[in-house]
Design a binder for this molecule. Structure first.
Ligand code: GLY
Length: 364
């Protein structure tokens, strides 16, 4: 027979078991290019690994993938044909952050950002200093420009014209007719029509791809990472939002995590990730928090759709209790990804899936 004390203890045990069940779930969300990243992040967290190590391991897939031309190796270069990378990390439990910007020849800037967090008394290193720091910690210098990216860059160079319609980087006055069209085929023997079409598309539509990946484990710990090759054909030294703590990424262990992809200049002007966290801190649901941030971006253009139409920007957020949202300025064809609707990746165990973003406007 249970006495009153047994009953109370049993009830308490049941309550705590229920709380454990309804407690935080293990989940990772990311930009749409993160199906594999979120799967790996969740796998790592289920193995008991730290949330920051998990998201970094996730985005390393994109950083080393030559087909993802918005991140790491194979990322589209600056206007001089040199790949320059930005990344930031935030670790919820320790409330620490690290970031690197405009760093060349280092394939995994997310790992470098974590090194800055752990091995320095600073938060952010840039350019030559970041590269020297990476080498001091044994990171190898690598050429990050693939043949595919070099083709896209040369196509962009050749697509430029001065006021007289001339470009020194394409066939000269003395060239036979139609020489320009054949010229790149001579430099890249075996190039397919599909690859040339890709190069022309990238030349015409500079990309601001990126991957942002956020995670929560069953203990309620959170972390995030954002890593990118930034705006293609940028002026050397241009830094976007990705390495800016509070813009491209923010994690507050007591509230949640947020990040962004797309045109970094717009995000920096609204301190997007931090704004979203503050919105949630003051009680907004994740969807409302990210939409509010997009409205701030639109407000900076007086809601002029003709100017807003020229770029994409997306926000992602994961609340401490596992609720989440993705939001896009535009639904419809995304300039960067070519996806027909704005989406983001989610993994909460099993297979990753794409979910639809809430959005502010519809692109026809
Ligand atoms: N969001 C990436 C960039 O603008 O560089």
């Amino acid at each position: 027979m249970w006495n009153r004390r047994d009953w109370m203890m049993g009830t308490a045990a049941l309550a705590s078991a229920a709380a454990a069940q309804s407690g935080p779930k293990t989940i990772s969300i990311s930009s749409a290019n993160g199906l594999r990243a979120t799967a790996r992040a969740v796998e790592w967290m289920k193995q008991g690994k730290d949330t920051l190590d998990a998201v970094i391991a996730g985005v390393n897939i994109n950083e080393e993938d030559p087909e993802d031309d918005s991140v790491g190796y194979g990322g589209l270069p600056n206007e001089e044909g040199i790949v320059e990378l930005d990344a930031s990390v935030m670790h919820g439990p320790s409330r620490r952050a690290g970031s690197v910007a405009s760093v060349r020849n280092i394939k995994y800037p997310s790992r470098l950002a974590k090194l800055v967090m752990e091995q320095t008394d600073h938060i952010m290193l840039v350019g030559e200093g970041a590269l020297r720091f990476a080498k001091a910690f044994g990171m190898r210098e690598e050429n990050l420009l693939t043949e595919r990216s070099r083709l896209a860059w040369l196509t962009w160079k050749q697509s430029q014209r001065d006021a007289g319609g001339h470009n020194n980087w394409t066939d000269g006055l003395d060239a036979p007719p139609k020489a320009a069209a054949a010229a790149l085929r001579n430099v890249f023997p075996g190039v397919t029509d599909e690859l040339l079409a890709y190069a022309w598309d990238r030349a015409a539509h500079p990309v601001t791809g990126t991957i942002n990946c956020l995670a929560l484990n069953a203990r309620g710990e959170m972390s995030g990472v954002t890593t990118t090759s930034g705006l293609s054909w940028k002026i050397p030294g241009r830094v976007g939002d990705s390495p800016i703590v509070g813009a491209g990424l923010y994690v507050d262990q007591e509230v949640g995590a947020a990040g962004s992809t797309g045109r970094g200049e717009e995000n920096i002007r609204v301190a997007g990730a931090h704004t979203i966290i503050e919105n949630m801190r003051h009680g907004m649901e994740p969807k409302d928090a990210v939409l509010d941030c997009l409205k701030r971006v639109a407000r900076n253009y007086g809601n002029d759709l003709k100017r807003l139409e020229k770029f994409d920007i997306n926000f992602y957020c994961l609340r401490k209790d596992g609720a989440y949202a993705g939001a896009a300025l535009w639904n419809g064809r995304q300039r960067r990804t070519g996806f027909t609707s704005a989406q983001f990746a989610v993994n909460d165990g099993g297979q990753s899936r794409l979910e639809k973003c809430v959005f502010l406007h519809e692109r026809k």
